[in-house]
Design a protein around this ligand. Structure first.
Ligand code: CA
Length: 647
């Protein structure tokens, strides 16, 4: 891992008191937040280039030691400039420069108790949080309700995915952020389960622009929150988990020590989608919580479970997938659930040794259980408590295992957020990277936890094995993720299924609708620093050589990400850079071929390899040079893809 460089400068700190109505503008003056106090309730409104994004939206908290959501009076506001540069080795960009205006606005309630609201406005992002002081001897409180709202104009349409109700779905494992998105829905439409929507939520505010609402900086010190159901007039508020999550154990409302604060709520705003695809706000406003214990290395992995399923988690099939990883030059193999029974603890050391002899390191699967669902796969009861966890991790470290994939969590309560953090923190003591599945959205975790790698929190590739519907909607879903789910954090999707039929012998099961080039384009389109690719041993011989060669050299970490064109639910074209290698990738979810003219300044004058689909949906590779300042014509087949690279 590159050394993390942090420079935090507070320049021009000018405390002064303003009137109750204050306007905070981004450094480029385009994004504007207007604070006001209306009938004792703090409100904020947002415009971008003078156009309304959020109408007056409430702010405030109700706690069990004081109500900060009404009858407030304005005390003062302090403005300052924030400037910060940092490097990050596992997000969409490596060198980040964050510049913002910060306002800390103080209000007090009728008991003269104070609340501080911090609002940061950078060029396309707003981050806001609350802080409370200690009140006399009162040094802790429960946050009963957050008033924080996002009130969009009536003509706004939404791109949201519902939160599932507790303890439903397979083996009572929900909510697990594995629900479908509905694109371009009218504001205020009731959600599937009636308990709101998971972060992030994308809002299309007509011609005024776009807004992506999320949160970051959520650790063991708070719950994961969500968006409430929307009202008919377009108000969505921050809502806490459902009481029944985590098998009803633990409070749905978070508690904080005093003085203390909430996580950041974030709104990314633009008059187009570029700021949303490229945003780094989840990482800009958080800091690493501990030092890495070792130099964590990211990379590519094979995993048998995706195409060969449960029965393949046996010794001999794992050897085949280790050999596949070695043949591909991949860094890792993932040994999935049931290894404890089907291979057995006794035989794991020799399997690890075999992998290591091939230059392949190991990720190993664990169930997070626990008492929060009925998921039967092992290894179980090893990650759910500190005593068992440390013993297991010590054993894994002694055998050279490099990472764990921990699955089936119990919701978003503070109780569960503590489990995520405890697993991450303990794993760092034993040099282990962590991937979460069946889990919540990561909220700034790439920066907060140095050994955190990625989270599922999406209807991932396993669904392509389970249902034809997932294959029929594969391109549609892929065209949403860069704008929504993957815009705020690593998405451990397990992409690139090169079998045409999704079973071991490539002749039965679900039928893939997308092309080979679509599949390999998702290796770049979907961002996660360790990618569990879903290729199978037969693909070495039944796919075009240049498709496999592409998969041998594709990187998983990026220095830059540039949005080029797209619309969520229809298509997406973006570029990512790894060192000097640029990868421009596009996918088309529509029923007709997509013709685009785009500028690709990153690829001009170089020899460019172009991977695309023929009319009859076969992969092809050409080499061309792209001239300076000339528009490039792209043709992307329905449910097809394109890749242009100078590598
Ligand atoms: Ca899953």
């Amino acid at each position: 891992m590159k050394k993390i460089l942090i420079a935090l400068l507070l320049i021009g700190f000018l405390p002064y008191t303003q009137a109750q109505n204050s306007v905070i503008k981004s450094p480029d003056q385009n994004l504007s937040v207007e604070l006001s106090l209306k009938n004792g309730i703090p409100n904020y409104a947002v415009t971008y280039k003078g156009k309304q994004i959020l109408e007056d939206s409430p702010l405030g908290l109700k706690t069990n030691v004081g109500d900060f959501s009404k009858d407030l009076s304005f005390v003062d506001i302090k403005l300052s400039d924030i400037e910060k540069s940092y490097t990050q080795n596992r997000i969409k960009k490596s060198d980040i420069h964050y510049v913002a205006k910060e306002a800390v606005c103080t209000y007090e309630n009728t008991q003269k108790q104070k609340i501080f609201i911090t609002i940061r406005v950078s060029n396309n992002n707003i981050a806001l949080k609350y802080a409370l002081p200690q009140f006399g001897e009162t040094a802790c409180c429960i946050i009963e309700k957050e008033a924080t709202g996002f009130k969009f104009p009536q003509f706004t349409t939404t791109f949201l995915t519902p939160q599932a109700t507790p303890m439903i779905g397979w083996k009572r494992t929900k909510p697990s952020y594995e629900e479908e998105y509905v694109a371009d829905e009218p504001i205020g439409t009731p959600s599937k389960y009636g308990v709101g929507y998971t972060f992030p939520g994308l809002f299309h505010v007509g011609d005024n622009g776009w807004a992506l609402v999320s949160e970051t900086g959520v650790s063991s010190l708070y719950c994961g929150s969500k968006l409430s159901e929307g009202t008919k007039d377009g108000l969505y508020t921050v809502a806490f988990p459902e009481e029944g999550e985590n098998n009803g154990i633990g409070n749905a409302q978070p508690a904080i020590a005093l003085p203390g604060e909430t996580p950041w709520r974030t709104i990314t705003v633009g008059d187009n989608l570029k700021p949303i695809v490229e945003t780094t706000i989840p990482f800009d406003v958080v800091e690493p919580l501990y030092e890495p214990s070792t130099d964590y290395k990211f990379g590519r992995s094979t995993w048998s479970w995706i195409m060969w399923q449960d029965n393949s988690v046996n010794y001999d099939d794992q050897i085949k997938y280790i050999d596949l990883a070695a043949a591909m030059g991949y860094e890792y193999v993932l040994i999935d659930g049931l290894w404890d029974k089907q291979i057995g603890y006794d035989r794991m050391p020799s399997l690890f040794k075999y992998a290591q002899s091939k230059g392949v390191d190991v990720f190993l699967w664990y169930n997070s259980n626990g008492y929060w669902n009925d998921a039967p796969q092992g290894a179980k009861q090893k990650m759910s408590n500190s005593v068992a966890r440390k013993k297991e991790m010590k054993w894994l470290q002694s055998l050279g295992v490099k990472g764990l994939k921990v699955d089936f969590f119990g919701g978003d309560k503070q109780e569960t957020m503590k489990l995520y953090e405890d697993i991450l923190s303990d794993a760092n003591e034993y040099g282990l990277m962590i991937i979460f599945h069946g889990c919540t959205l990561p909220r700034g975790w790439e920066r907060m936890y140095p050994n955190y790698v990625g989270s599922e929190a999406v209807l991932a590739s396993e669904n392509l094995i389970f249902t034809q519907h997932a294959n029929d909607t594969e391109a549609y879903n892929a065209s949403l993720h860069p704008f929504i789910r993957n815009a705020v954090g690593a998405m451990e999707f397990g992409p690139v299924l090169l079998n045409k039929r999704h079973n071991k012998t490539n002749d039965g099961g679900q039928t893939r609708k997308t092309t080979d080039i679509f599949q390999i384009a998702t290796a770049v389109l979907f961002q996660s620093p360790v990618q569990m690719f879903a290729i199978a041993p037969n693909n070495l011989t039944d796919c075009a050589d240049f498709v496999i060669d592409f998969m041998k050299k594709v990187p998983t970490t990026w220095d830059e990400t540039v949005f080029i064109d797209g619309y969520p639910g229809k298509y997406c074209v973006l570029a990512r850079r790894h060192n000097n290698e640029w990868y421009v990738v596009g996918i088309n979810a529509q029923k007709e071929p997509l013709k685009l003219k785009v500028n690709l300044p990153m690829l001009t004058s170089s020899k460019v390899a172009i991977y695309s689909d023929t009319k009859d949906r076969k992969p092809q590779l050409e080499e061309k040079s792209i001239k300076n300042n000339k528009e490039v014509s792209l043709l992307i087949q329905p449910e097809g893809g394109i890749i242009l690279t100078n590598k």
